[in-house]
Design a protein around this ligand. Structure first.
Ligand code: 9D3
Length: 229
């Protein structure tokens, strides 16, 4: 069975991807062959014996810039077996949200290119990239954590990745709300009681309570991104 989605990541830190996805639902989907992830070491595509993948910026300034040649060659090789869009992880990219996750989950694969240092030679964007994506307005040290966020959020939308236990329906409430508060046993802990309605066994009332709580959360967090509209 071919994977439902394939992620190829270009990075100078390929070794950090394995452990992150070894556990959890995405790791299980990978073990089942439903999701395939390959992290490609950019240094393997370096041209010189020092395996140099960065160089000083033209025009001067601090830091280093990822050189075009290793990135072009890595991306071109990956494109031969991954027909999905090439996405550069960039702080100024289009904001990743649940809508974009859904869109990307419909692709056969994604090629995720992680920047490091001051950034990526712009010719990579000009000639190789289909889009640029950011995960939010804060400064990370590179694109790897952003790529992992995207892999996680996209993978769980691939049909069959989630079991019945953690099914997609649980991501939304009435299709449009944030979740309601959750409780498990014991019914009282350190004087804190579980709301009586949840112990009542009255499913109609429980449903109404949850709906109201979810609405409260949504209003209290107005402007917060909504999962699974
Ligand atoms: C300090 C360097 N900055 C000068 C204005 C630019 C800059 C370059 C590279 C800032 C951060 C980075 C590394 N970040 C990413 O590669 C990145 C990122 C992020 O920082 N925030 C949110 N999403 C992303 S996706 C890739």
């Amino acid at each position: 069975m071919p994977p439902a989605i394939r992620f190829d990541v270009v990075t100078v830190f390929p070794e950090i991807f394995g452990p992150v996805f070894a556990a959890g639902v995405v790791g299980r989907a990978m073990a089942r062959g439903l999701v395939q992830l390959e992290a490609h070491d950019l240094r393997r595509y370096a041209h010189d014996r020092h395996r140099q993948v960065d160089d000083v910026p033209y025009g001067g300034g601090p830091g280093m810039v990822l050189k075009p040649e290793p990135l072009f060659e890595a991306i071109e090789e990956i494109k031969a077996h991954n027909s999905g869009p090439v996405i550069l992880l960039e702080p100024w990219g289009e904001r990743f949200d649940q809508g974009l996750a859904r869109e990307l989950a419909g692709e056969p694969g994604l090629v995720l290119v992680c920047g490091r240092y001051e950034g990526i030679d712009d010719r990579v964007r000009q000639a190789q990239a289909d889009r640029e994506v950011s995960i939010g307005d804060y400064v990370l040290s590179g694109g790897e954590l952003a790529a992992m966020v995207i892999i996680d959020a996209v993978s769980r939308l691939v049909p069959g990745v989630l079991g019945d236990e953690e099914s997609l329906a649980g991501d939304s409430f009435a299709g449009d709300e944030l979740g309601h508060p959750q409780y498990t046993r014991p019914a009282e802990y350190r004087g804190l009681r579980v709301p009586e309605v949840l112990l009542s066994g009255n499913h109609k009332e429980i449903e109404a309570w949850r709906r109201a709580q979810a609405r409260r959360r949504t209003l209290a967090r107005a402007g917060a991104p909504r999962p699974e509209r």
